[in-house]
Write a protein that binds this ligand. Structure first.
Ligand code: NAD
Length: 262
């Protein structure tokens, strides 16, 4: 193993844009060095990486598909070579269905794609990262703590009949959070879930008018879109270890969308 760097290291999947970038910026501002995963070539993410470096982080870019077993292993090996440590994993990378289709019409291909990127990828990346974190705990002693944050969605609990595959993948992440929280507590590794609501990113760009209307009509208690910075701040609080004795918890960052109202 490479000699561990002094600063804590966080790996953020899908960290070069959208919510993942918001999280990476907040972590850079909290004193973390960063391993950023994405599918694009490094030249295409140079601007994002430059901003993270300006915020004070050393940045390692890991190109790879989280759904691919070999890519996941190669990414963690690169973090180990580059930083010698991993303190925080943020499973953020995810996709929406290519076309929203009613439950009665939706395809198995879309289901398989979403399960492998949104659920299988983070589940097994967590497994591999957790094995390494357990080793770090054994080497560094009881004071070392790890943290894993899963970015799910309000869709983990809110049914949308035109994207059942997405909802099921996010509900699966909710259970994965509880499973890993239960399994890893003895090693000082906290596992949390953040459920964003409607956040302005590339993923929701095509739905701008529809969600503008719904938000104006009272879908959320706070009448505005969520931002990557909203989710970033929440993730940074968890990653800094400021909420203790609360592993397995869900943080809704949704402008009050899931408050039941009458
Ligand atoms: P986005 O499309 O802007 O960004 C997604 C990022 O994930 C991109 O960097 C993309 O390259 C990366 N990615 C996608 N598939 C990948 C793969 N197979 N391997 C590696 N990287 C991959 O989307 P976003 O809105 O920033 O979404 C981030 C996460 O937040 C997703 O998990 C999404 O489901 C979740 N989320 C988004 C919203 C929203 O309203 N935007 C709401 C709730 C939850």
């Amino acid at each position: 193993m490479a000699t561990a760097t002094a600063k804590k290291v966080a790996m953020v999947t899908g960290g070069s844009r959208g919510i993942g970038f918001g999280i990476a910026m907040a972590l850079a501002g909290s004193g973390f060095d960063l391993a950023i995963n994405g599918r694009r070539d490094q030249t295409e993410v140079a601007e994002a990486i430059g901003k993270l470096q300006s915020a004070g982080a050393k940045v390692l870019y890991l190109r790879g598909d989280v759904a691919d077993r070999a890519a996941r292993a190669a990414m963690l090996e690169a973090v180990e070579r580059g930083f010698g440590r991993l303190d925080v994993l943020v499973n953020n990378a995810g996709v929406a269905p290519e076309t929203r289709a009613d439950l009665l019409d939706a395809s198995e291909e879309s289901f398989d794609r979403l399960m492998s990127i949104n659920l299988k990828g983070p589940y097994f990346l967590t497994q591999a990262a957790a094995r390494w974190m357990v080793r770090q705990r054994n080497e560094r002693g009881q004071d070392w703590r790890g943290c894993i944050i899963n970015i799910s969605s309000v869709s983990a609990a809110v049914a949308s009949v035109n994207r059942g595959d997405y909802c099921i993948s996010k509900a699966g992440i909710a259970m994965a959070t509880q499973l890993w929280a239960a399994r890893l507590a003895e090693f000082g590794i906290d596992v949390y879930e953040i459920r964003p609501g409607i956040v302005a990113t590339d993923m929701t760009a095509g739905m701008r008018e529809k969600y503008d209307r719904l938000i104006a009509g009272g879908l959320t208690v706070e009448k505005r879109w969520g931002t990557p910075e909203d989710v970033g701040r929440a993730a940074a609080v968890l990653a800094r270890g400021e909420i203790s004795y609360a592993t397995g918890q869900v943080l809704n960052v949704d402008g009050g969308m899931t408050i039941r109202r009458l």
